[in-house]
Design a protein around this ligand. Structure first.
Ligand code: SAJ
Length: 414
């Protein structure tokens, strides 16, 4: 096996764009994923998910010679970008995918290799789970194999721009290796890259997402307070945010995705006695699908609707203009409803082409014909391009879409 420069392990929402970005900027990259179907799709000329500008990046990377395979390669640098879920019972990280990837790398790599973990991990994961894998094989960290943690910061929906322009953090045991990996990311990243130690990089990443989760939870709590006393949360946040040191995020139907709704749990799991605010923020955000459901039920009473057969949910993804449904508020809401409804409610999402729940429509016109009340769970751009089709329906808007008409049929979550 010829030695390649970089082998990216895990071709999901983060690993794939990162691999393609490096390749498109002249780095020799092979992308590896154990999912044969996914690799076959990439090999056959198609992208595996939707994202602004991703098709052009794919084309550029293929032109530059990126390879996709199910096999781990002999490489100088490995970038591990596999999922890190949390154990829903004890809230600790489930590091099994990272462990398994690093074990496979150690089976084939040569001395001097750098293993970069990009997956978000709980602080201490590299020490607790990854270093011991090297010790077991009598390898010396820092001499035989180098470990690096280089968490990503890109936001789905604007990944390409953020890959190019967001600053990054590289955590390494020794500054020389940190600088070497910094230079690799500088092949495409135009922003500042901080080199620090591994523990700091691990914690910084989790802190960033936890900060956002707490800010959104604050907005959601304010929403509940304002609703209970007839105050307009939207107006209050708008005005409060004019203060130069206030920036409150937006309330909504819940916090989904594989990042913000997961990473704070790592801290709760590891520091249960020290994480009161973080836990409460998670619980507040997790309560939002139930809150939306209560509001829908009271709206249905007002409308004399006795069942959910003419209610439709627009949006299955965790946020606007992405096709990722992981931890989506709509799926959480459907889960709750399925515990007492005979039939799964009707849903439609222009970004989700596969059927993931019963009663999911793929034709918007048909969906609109079959419902009287549409609950907007996600504000995809598709909605703005189809406004004429929704004017005659009652709309329950959980996303403050600011639909461009004075529609007395629109009820807001806010
Ligand atoms: N949401 C709100 N109100 C808001 C903003 C978001 O309810 O004001 C909801 C969204 O609808 C969604 C969830 O929160 O359901 C998360 O969406 P998001 O856009 O806030 O963040 P993600 O999960 O797409 O990406 C985050 C980003 N982290 C930060 O901004 C600190 C991104 O930069 C990270 O790279 C990413 O997590 C990650 O992979 O960790």
């Amino acid at each position: 096996m010829d030695k390649v420069h970089v082998n990216v392990i895990g071709l999901g929402y983060i690993g794939l764009p990162t691999a393609m970005m490096m390749a498109a900027h002249g780095v020799q990259v092979v992308g590896t994923d154990l999912n044969k179907e996914l690799v076959a799709t990439l090999q056959n000329g198609s992208m595996t998910f939707q994202e602004n500008g991703i098709d052009d990046l794919y084309e550029a990377a293929v032109k530059a010679g990126i390879q996709f395979t199910t096999e781990y390669q002999n490489a100088e640098v490995y970038i591990v970008s596999v999922p890190t879920p949390y154990n829903k019972h004890n809230k600790h990280i489930d590091p099994s995918y990272v462990i398994s990837a690093v074990k496979t790398i150690l089976d084939i790599c040569e001395k001097g290799t750098v293993i970069v973990v990009e997956s978000t991990v709980s602080p201490g994961t590299m020490d607790k789970y990854i270093r011991p894998l090297l010790v077991e094989r009598k390898l010396t960290v820092g001499t035989d194999i180098h470990l690096v943690h280089a968490p990503e910061r890109i936001i789905p929906g604007n990944m390409i721009q953020e890959l190019l322009n967001n600053s990054r953090t590289i955590g390494a045991d020794c500054p020389e290796i940190g600088e070497q990996i910094k230079a690799l990311y500088q092949s495409f990243c135009k922003a500042e890259i901080e080199v620090t130690d591994i523990r700091t990089a691990e914690m910084t990443k989790v802190v960033e997402n936890t900060y956002r989760d707490i800010n959104i939870a604050f907005a959601n709590e304010l929403l509940k307070i304002c609703r209970s006393s007839g105050m307009n949360i939207n107006e209050i946040i708008r005005i409060a945010n004019k203060h130069p040191r206030v920036n409150i995020l937006s309330p909504g139907p819940g916090v989904g995705g594989h990042c913000i709704s997961v990473d704070p749990w790592f801290l709760v799991g590891d520091y249960p006695e020290l994480t009161r605010i973080i836990r409460l923020a998670r619980e507040t955000n997790d309560s939002m699908p139930g809150y939306v459901l209560e509001r829908i039920s009271s709206l249905m009473k007002d409308l004399n609707m006795t069942d959910f057969s003419r209610v439709g949910f627009y949006g299955l993804t965790y946020k606007e203009n992405v096709d990722d449904v992981r931890e989506s508020p709509t799926l959480q809401l459907i889960d709750k409803m399925n515990s007492y409804l005979a039939e799964t409610p009707k849903t439609y999402d222009p970004m989700v082409s596969t059927t993931i729940v019963p009663n999911q429509y793929h034709d918007f016109d048909q969906f609109m014909d079959d419902i009287d009340l549409m609950v907007i769970m996600v504000h995809h751009s598709h909605l703005d391009n189809n406004l004429a089709k929704i004017t005659k329906k009652v709309i329950f808007d959980t996303r403050n879409c600011r639909l461009p008409w004075d529609n007395s049929n629109t009820v807001s979550l806010l």
